[in-house]
Design a protein around this ligand. Structure first.
Ligand SMILES: Nc1ncnc2c1ncn2[C@@H]1O[C@H](COP(=O)(O)OP(=O)(O)OP(=O)(O)O)[C@@H](O)[C@H]1O
Ligand SMILES: [Mg+2]
Length: 384
């Protein structure tokens, strides 16, 4: 299976595609030197010759080694797997491409992994790109034109696509067609170019930021949820086997409990614990060894790290636990607002330490207590 990224394109020679616009693109001026028909076909040929086919090996060898390859190795996300299993069987029996799929949820829950698994199950290629890497029309055209029948195009951070790219995608997704406008003004013509049927898999951490025309074109929209401790334990045991590391069941559970419901974090913590056990010659990794190691790395028993605790503490000490707005929290802690919203907050809300209210974020009583403070309601009852 080829994993291909548009980010790693080899430099393209300058092409005469300046005069090619998309039906959606409003451009005011350009010069045509060649005769109309000659330049039109040259332009189209040039544009369609754009390729984005560089083989991409996993950037992180270790991460690639433990990434599940098939659906039955993908642990948890029962509902998602069931929906996709049906979609795969149906598409295979009809010999059609899979329906377009939108996956959303916090980072590290397995969106990219699932896209690669779908390609493996469907026995097709998966081209991987990310919305910010698609800058010009030629980028998306190159990707679409290079797809073989049934291939998967995976676009990460799909909420960040430009309007123009989105509009090129609409007919491509709906009718497997590219609408290209050649020329300008009265002499301009729109050409439709057929594409091979493909599957677009979009991934996003912010489904609310997707435009509705784009969202509506996905046949399957699925949310990935945080993983349970027993699911993460299985992920850790599997990864440990692949990394030739000896870990006991309770050792895996200890790491799992501190992994914020997230496989990527589970795998990262496992590597830290493995380093610790190797250096200290404490094998196998049991609950005690895992606990000691993670204490050393400042990961507390619920998986909160320094930033999580700093967020909660700042809200408690400076704003009496809230409500505080996102921007206020960002300014007070020096963290980026978007990172707070997408990375830290979802887990703090999941474990019931923080709530979103119309007036801002509030730390719950459980959050106060976890940091060693008495919540305001208890302070009140103590005074009475
Ligand atoms: N269900 C799973 N079973 C086993 N391992 C998993 C599972 N989901 C994810 N992983 C592991 O977690 C790592 C991170 O997953 P992945 O890269 O797919 O996350 P992502 O949702 O695409 O994250 P991001 O939003 O940051 O792109 C993978 O390398 C993989 O090894
Ligand atoms: Mg990803």
């Amino acid at each position: 299976m080829a994993i291909i990224s548009s980010k790693k394109q080899s430099p393209q020679p300058e092409r005469p595609d300046e005069n090619i616009f998309f039906a959606s693109e409003k451009k005011t001026s350009y010069k045509t030197k060649k005769s109309q028909s000659q330049s039109e076909s040259a332009e189209l040929d040039a544009l369609l010759a754009v390729e984005a086919t560089t083989e991409e090996k996993g950037s992180n060898q270790n991460e690639e080694k433990i990434r599940p390859q098939r659906l039955d190795e993908y642990i948890g996300q029962k509902d998602l797997k069931e929906v996709l299993n049906i979609a795969i069987s149906a598409a295979k029996s009809r010999k059609e491409s899979l329906d377009h799929l939108l996956l959303y949820g916090p980072p590290g829950l397995g969106k990219t992994t699932m896209s690669l698994i779908l390609a493996a199950e469907m026995e097709v290629n998966c081209k991987i790109t990310t919305a910010p890497a698609i800058e010009k029309p030629r980028d998306i055209v190159g990707l679409l034109v290079g797809l073989q029948k049934g291939d998967i195009l995976f676009i990460d951070e799909i909420h960040r696509l430009s309007k123009m790219t989105e509009e090129i995608l609409y007919p491509a997704m709906e009718d497997f067609r590219l609408d290209i406008t050649v020329g300008q003004g009265k002499t301009s013509k729109t050409r439709s170019i057929p594409l091979k049927p493909f599957t677009l898999v979009g991934a996003t951490t912010r489904v609310g930021s997707l435009t509705s025309p784009l969202r509506d074109r996905f046949g399957i929209i699925q949310r990935l949820r945080f993983y349970e401790v027993d699911e993460l334990s299985l992920i850790i045991i599997r990864a440990a086997k692949l990394l030739n590391t000896d870990i006991t069941e309770d050792g895996a559970e200890e790491v799992a409990r501190r992994s914020r419901g997230t496989p990527r974090i589970a795998n990262r913590l496992l590597r830290r614990v493995r380093d610790y056990s190797e250096v200290k010659k404490l094998t196998p990794i049991n609950a005690e060894v895992a606990g000691e190691a993670l204490e050393l790395f400042n990961v507390d028993p619920l998986g909160l790290d320094w930033t999580d605790r700093n967020l909660l503490r700042t809200m408690i000490e400076n704003y009496n636990g809230g409500p505080a707005g996102l921007e206020t929290m960002a300014a007070a802690t020096g963290e980026d607002a978007q990172t707070i919203e997408e990375v830290y907050e979802p887990y703090l809300m999941q474990i019931g330490f923080m709530q979103r209210t119309p007036r801002g974020r509030v730390v719950t009583s459980a959050g106060w207590r976890h940091l060693g403070f008495s919540p305001p309601d208890e302070q009140l009852s103590l005074k009475l």
